[in-house]
Design a protein around this ligand. Sequence first.
Ligand code: FE2
Length: 271
Amino acid sequence: MDAAVKPDLRSAYEKAAEDGIDPRCIPQSLDENPPIGADIIAPEYSALEHDNWRFLYERQMQLLPGRAGQAFLRGVETLGMTSDRIPRLADLSLRMEAAAGWRIARIPGLLHERDFFNLLSERIFPSTDYIRGVDELDYTPAPDCFHDILGHMPMLTEPAFADFYQLFGQAALNAEGIDRIRLERLHWFAVEFGLIRQAEGTRIFGAGILSSKNEVLNALSDDVERRPFDVERVVEQDYEVWHLQPLLFELESFDQLVESFRSWTHSRGLT
Ligand SMILES: [Fe+2]
């Protein structure tokens, strides 16, 4: 009988870190409140670091028109990003707050879940401010500011997505056990790897795709099975972190995301 086997409640990143894949992926707790918005002091980046940003930004922005969703492309403009230098988190936070009420906190790396959810629940996006090295331009398993800034921040200027993400943080703080795992899956398949159907075809809005050349080229290809986004199904779908994604879910609209997620959290007693 297998009935007594307990579910493995470690997050996918925790499992990977414990398997010795990359120490930068071990979540850390915040010892003190992180600086937010105008209080964030920008690092003195080297010319090489700005060059890494330029290379990554230009490469993605050549690929993304026609592949990324309208909300994302509008968000890049709203936030005033350019290729010539790594944007300052304080500047991005001001523009983001004006667009849909989110601010930015500077954090040191992958956060422990409770700190992460706490910030989201307060409409604060935790971002790193260091950039991957020149030997990691194609892939880095660890968080960095290219992923955080270009991947995540534009979508936080989209009002319905912005509301969804705060609601996600609030629900995650209330979730325990298997519901935490379900929310982690939802985060993966919506926030990191989400697709949306637009009049002209399927487009990308997930940060994990948008910040990766290989994931962008993979996401809309015939190698990927695309299924309609259904919260009940998404939260039961397992995934693996360390290779190109073979299965993605496609939203009809961001209103669908926020409304169906709100119903699901009610049904699970998480709000
Ligand atoms: Fe991310």
